[in-house]
Design a protein around this ligand. Structure first.
Ligand SMILES: [Zn+2]
Length: 88
């Protein structure tokens, strides 16, 4: 993936999306990654997807997820993916 001349490479950003979500980057790196997300639609979409999945997983892990909940989570994830695809 290559979206031009960002100071941070897309592959680097995507590799560190989880760190960004967990606030495990130092402040400079955090700002650098967020700047890239501002400029780069595909990476932002990926970040949004990771964040949504993380939120849903965190929510469903707080208790033993019954099958119905699990299915709703999986459905929500696929809906997000559809939205991202449409956004392009
Ligand atoms: Zn990018």
């Amino acid at each position: 993936m290559n979206c031009g001349d960002h100071e941070t490479d897309c592959s680097e950003v995507l590799a560190e999306v989880w760190l960004l979500l967990d606030h495990e980057c130092d402040a400079d790196r955090d700002a650098q990654l967020r700047r890239h997300l501002d400029e780069c639609g595909p990476c932002l979409a990926r970040y949004d997807l990771e964040r949504t999945v993380k939120t849903l997983v965190a929510r469903s892990c707080s208790e033993v997820a019954p099958d119905g909940l699990r299915q709703r989570v999986m459905l929500s994830i696929s809906q997000v993916q559809v939205e991202i695809t449409r956004r392009d």
